[in-house]
Ligand binder design. Structure first.
Ligand code: IDP
Ligand code: MG
Length: 153
């Protein structure tokens, strides 16, 4: 099964949406395999958002990610990277479809509730960036045979 990283951004903590957002992933059937609150640093964000370092909004983005702690989550499921990314919706909340997390909870291109890994390769790199190996838990989900058909497992 795939594991992917979700970060609940400072805007989500400030707006009291932590429970609702985690609830969506749980209800979908993703297994919460790791979760912790952490204060991000400039150094970590330079790595995490390296693909955006030339953008004019880079410093504003980093500041917005450091203004309070974030909550880092690892969710697991079959094709979890793609499923979680689709649940987040388009980057710009104003373009995100209703029914997606961003489409239901935000109006911003930047204060957009969650970070989600965009590929399996990046999910592995990002999970290693935010979690130590012992902070990811591989317990078996008791409802697995009701979440998936036997030939999917
Ligand atoms: P993603 O979060 O949907 O994967 P990325 O392109 O990886 O989008 O950008 C990372 C984060 O940078 C976004 O979630 C958003 O907070 C911010 N961001 C991306 N594009 C813009 C922009 O054009 N203006 C302001 N902030 C942006
Ligand atoms: Mg991204």
């Amino acid at each position: 099964m795939e594991k992917t990283l979700v970060l609940l951004k400072p805007c989500t903590l400030q707006r009291g949406l932590v429970g609702e957002v985690i609830n969506r992933f749980e209800k979908r059937g993703l297994r919460l395999a790791g979760m912790k609150m952490m204060q991000l640093t400039d150094e970590l964000l330079n790595e995490h958002y390296a693909h955006l370092r030339e953008k004019p909004f880079f410093q504003i983005l980093k500041d917005s990610m450091m203004c309070t702690p974030v909550i880092a989550c690892c969710f697991e499921g079959i094709e979890a990277v793609r499923v979680v990314r689709a649940m987040a919706g388009s980057t710009n909340g104003r373009n995100a479809l209703p029914g997606t997390i961003r489409g239901d909870y935000c109006m911003s291109n930047q204060q957009n509730i969650v970070h989600t890994s965009d590929s399996l390769e990046n999910a592995e790199v990002e999970l290693a960036r935010f979690f130590r190996p012992e902070e990811i838990f591989d317990f078996e989900s008791s409802n697995l045979k009701y979440l998936y058909a036997s030939d999917e497992l």
